[in-house]
Design a protein around this ligand. Sequence first.
Ligand code: ATP
Ligand code: MG
Length: 392
Amino acid sequence: MEAVMVRYGEIFLKSEPVKRRFISIMTGNISLALEAEGLAHRIETPRGRVLISGDEPRRIAAVTARAFGVVSASVCTVTTADIEGIAAAAVEHAERRLRPGMSFAVRARRSGVAGFNSQELAAAVGAAVLDRIPEARVDLTAPDYEVFVEAREFGGLVYDEKIAGPGGLPYGTQDEVMALLSAGIDSPVASWLMMRRGCLMVHVHMKSGRFGGADEEKNVLQNHARLSRWVPGHPLDLLVVDMEPFFEVITALKEPRYRCILCKRFMLRVAGILAGERGAYALVNGDNLGQVASQTLANMVVIAPATSVPVLRPLIGFDKEEVVDRARAIGTFEAHPGSIGCTVAPRYPSTAAPAATIAQIEEKIGVASLAERAAGTVRRFRAKNGVVEEVR
Ligand code: ATP
Ligand code: MG
């Protein structure tokens, strides 16, 4: 019989009750993901081990290895918890992938089983493999092939492949945050990183309308849809706010170089209102120190107080290359995003706007009521398993 074994990382360090709760949230998420793929399955958690059985273990492993909290997943042969049963399965695995001339190692673990220790188990399995494939040789430091064997009270497990998962904490083990999602590259990665940390997510997008590129909304919805694929079975909301009236006001001002600061402050202000309405604990954005004028330290310090809701910036210390690599791995990278540029941004934006000047401008334009009005324009889109629909 085959089953999928799931490994988790940090959850392991939690106290027993917390660990139980996190594992149950993780297995619930895995179940939703498998259901979304139409994969019948059964999940058991003997002694903190997560084992999933079903008719299609390979597909189950691939789906499972995308769940947050999962460090890796392996398709295992489940045997009896004795040396003979384990060795026979290990030989079968080795026969498929260990070629004559290759080196190999047996990695053994044992707990709750009497009669042999893990070294004895490894030695016996190694001997059985050599017996069948005498042209192979043992190399414990840099083997070409590794076979993993475990003797547990509930049975033996044998596997030789690990599919890497995203790690992190199971989705929903932390409270809700609201990520500012754009049509760009950074913000989807920022959102993903917070979801991977277990935060329930809601997205908010500030629509530029005629001040933005023609492909902005399409790309945002695409980012949103793609991110929802990481939390299959969970609804993921996107709130879209109309920024056009605000842009009309700030483009009429005679001083263009503070526009980006005013814009970013406005976004935070509106998002802060919406987060308050929902009870989201924090905002998340894709700010990255020094990336553009609005992300110099001096400007970030002026922008941040626009809301009293804490702003999390998971990408603050990343290099662009790292963000792009992440975006590719997550599946949100778009090499040809089309027209998503902002036409409001000035040619020479201020890299250190004086807070007092900004406060005066905001006072003059009546920013508080503009923000309240913008927060009232929200359209809501809901994504599930990669499909987005507007909620009316
Ligand atoms: P990204 O940073 O996602 O590639 P961008 O480069 O267009 O998009 P920046 O000017 O770097 O955006 O803005 C910094 C952050 O502000 C973004 O990462 C995102 O969190 C937020 N943001 C920018 N534009 C919008 C928008 N139209 N709606 C919502 N959030 C936005
Ligand atoms: Mg950016």
